[in-house]
Design a protein around this ligand. Structure first.
Ligand code: ADP
Ligand code: MG
Length: 237
């Protein structure tokens, strides 16, 4: 509608794709589950950020997304909250492996994502484990054995654990590539491609990136199906 259009103009949102739902400009209009709304309220957030406002309704339709927005724009909850709702709709037995998988370039970023996932997901009883290198595998393997809904992982460590056959990705139906540009800059492309081969093709794939160079466009074209592209502000190639 008209208000959706003016919100997009005001926040420099451009969207490419068919039948794009209007942005969810306030938490009252989101229809998010009450336990999640309560956490958002407790965090003191006044409104969804533009990337959240536009990517939530698209993600909730089950569509693939490429979202391009700069650091600090709220991308983490942009994909976690639809991931939580995805989990409510189709929660697998967590002992068979995670349903939601988030790939992240570094230990620090992966840990921040896990903190956010626990904070906003605990009242929905969503469990989250973080896998990263430079730390012993034992505790991470123990966490996996306890069963988990969401895994946040750096590509190197996840590949090591996959090679040990200590986790299965065949229940994953919601895959996020966060900071895709940084993961490629760090040389993780081969590991990412190996990991994605273990994720069923019947899945929803979301890619979040701060920049949109041709390497990122290439991997998006290979791994996503008919994605909606959401840009906030100018796209830096
Ligand atoms: P990005 O991944 O785009 O760099 P983050 O997801 O890390 O950004 O979010 C940046 C900060 O904004 C975090 O501290 C996060 O908790 C906060 N934040 C997320 N959503 C909102 C919101 N709707 N309103 C206010 N702050 C928010
Ligand atoms: Mg981020």
């Amino acid at each position: 509608g008209l208000s959706g259009e003016s919100y997009r103009r005001r926040h420099e949102i451009t969207v490419t794709g068919d039948n794009i739902p209007p942005p969810l400009t306030s938490f009252d209009s989101t229809g998010l589950p009450l336990e999640i709304l309560r956490e958002v309220h407790n965090a003191g957030f006044p409104a969804p950020t533009p990337i959240q406002a536009q990517s939530w309704p698209i993600a909730l339709q089950g569509r693939d997304i490429v979202a391009i927005a700069k650091t600090g724009s709220g991308k983490t909850l942009g994909y976690l909250i639809p991931g939580f709702i995805h989990l409510k709709r189709r929660r697998n037995n967590p002992h068979l492996g995670p349903t939601v998988l988030v790939l992240s370039p570094t230990r620090e970023l992966a840990t921040q994502i896990q903190v956010e996932a626990i904070k906003f997901g605990k009242s929905s009883r969503i469990s989250c484990t973080c896998l990263y290198g430079g730390a012993p595998k034992g505790p991470q393997l123990k966490d996996l054995d306890r069963g988990v809904d969401v895994v946040v992982a750096t590509p190197g460590r996840l590949n090591d654990i996959l090679e040990m056959r200590r986790v299965s990705l065949n229940q994953v139906s919601y895959l996020v590539l966060d900071e895709a540009d940084r993961m490629l800059d760090m040389g993780f492309e081969p590991q990412i491609r190996k990991i994605v081969k273990e994720v069923p093709t019947r899945r929803q794939t979301l890619m979040y990136t701060a920049t949109w160079p041709k390497e990122v466009r290439k991997i998006a074209a290979d791994l996503l199906v008919n994605p909606v592209q959401v840009n906030i502000g100018n796209v830096d190639e």
